[in-house]
Ligand binder design. Structure first.
Ligand code: HEC
Length: 136
């Protein structure tokens, strides 16, 4: 019985959240997942040889710090709760996406309500995860 409970717990915590898939991920795709995930942003300059290498380097560094490819159970620094919190903070403080991405892609910027929604969603999720981690 105990095993069953913990298995259910694990699968609940690790399964991609439907709100994430339906509302959060579409917002993150171009702005975040083009570095921290598998999204392929089509741009005219992407194919330029030097630029292509710079982009690849950024993606490598970005993914080594934060990898969102799996849609859940993100890879990054600290616990899952820490990771969700640092995502919220990076959006809230405008630290991410980095300026060298943001200025060429001003058209992709989050509007105020998307930004507010994302920050709140990641913070709430972080708090939930922290509670789950405490209960373990
Ligand atoms: C142009 C590529 C690029 C894009 C787009 C990008 N990032 Fe990053 N990100 C990086 C790089 C490179 C690092 C590692 C170096 C650093 O921390 O500045 C990083 C680090 C991070 C970290 C590490 C922890 C921290 O807070 O320092 C978080 C969280 C993060 N990014 C979140 C995001 C989110 C959320 C978005 C979308 C709103 C985003 N990033 C978009 C390149 C990118």
């Amino acid at each position: 019985m105990k095993l069953l409970v913990s298995l259910t717990f694990i699968s609940l915590s690790l399964a991609a959240d439907s709100v994430y898939l339906e509302r959060v991920k579409p917002l993150l795709e171009k702005n975040c997942l083009s570095c921290h995930g598998d999204y392929h942003l089509e741009t005219w300059y992407r194919g330029l040889p030097i630029i292509e290498n710079i982009i690849k380097d950024h993606q490598k560094e970005a993914k080594s710090k934060l990898d969102l490819t799996n849609d859940s159970f993100f890879k990054g620094k600290g616990s899952q709760a820490d990771i969700y919190w640092s995502i919220a903070r990076s959006i809230e403080s405008d630290r991410m996406p980095p300026y060298y991405f943001k200025y060429p892609h001003l058209d992709l910027q989050f509007n105020d309500s998307d930004k507010k929604f994302l920050v709140e969603w990641f913070k709430n999720k972080s708090k939930e995860l922290m509670q789950e981690e405490d209960e373990k």
